[in-house]
Design a protein around this ligand. Sequence first.
Ligand code: ADP
Ligand code: MG
Length: 171
Amino acid sequence: MTVFQTSSPHETRKLGETLGRLLGPGDVVCLEGELGAGKTVFVQGMAAGMGVRGRVASPTFTIIHEHPGKVPLYHVDAYRLEGVDDAGTAGIEEYLYGRGAVAIEWPQRIQELLPDERLDVVISVPADADEGGRMPDGDSDPGPREIAFLPHGEKFRRMVEELKALAHPGH
Ligand code: ADP
Ligand code: MG
């Protein structure tokens, strides 16, 4: 496991951007962390690093957002799904084995569908950070985050090594 610390949304986005540059077709990145942890901010960075078009937003009622690009980014937010039998999961598997890279928020909701080879990213707010339970509200509240990378499979182990060599949060 590799852990980075970031101290602002900007730094989290930059780290996502560095990862995004390493991603290719079929790569699956799962993002865990409580509401407001910074999952969507990280995915915004991934999108920038991949050079895809379109703004990465927090979920509306859409489960999957497609961002066209040389390698497309499929942004899945499974928050509203109630397990793999939920009708909303229909079609997700095609994205998982498609020609784009996939970012999945709330992957626990669709655990059974996740490929064995993937990169888990766990974002947490340190216990002493005391953000007072505020809801996400843009870039106005910089705070510390711990971002842990847990690669499953040789490909993603190598990717995390590359990320360690390239990323310099805080600079
Ligand atoms: P999630 O998708 O995990 O629910 P968002 O990415 O939508 O969370 O929101 C993260 C919130 O936390 C934003 O309001 C952002 O400004 C704030 N924040 C504060 N510090 C950080 C940080 N270091 N990294 C990412 N987000 C941060
Ligand atoms: Mg989100």
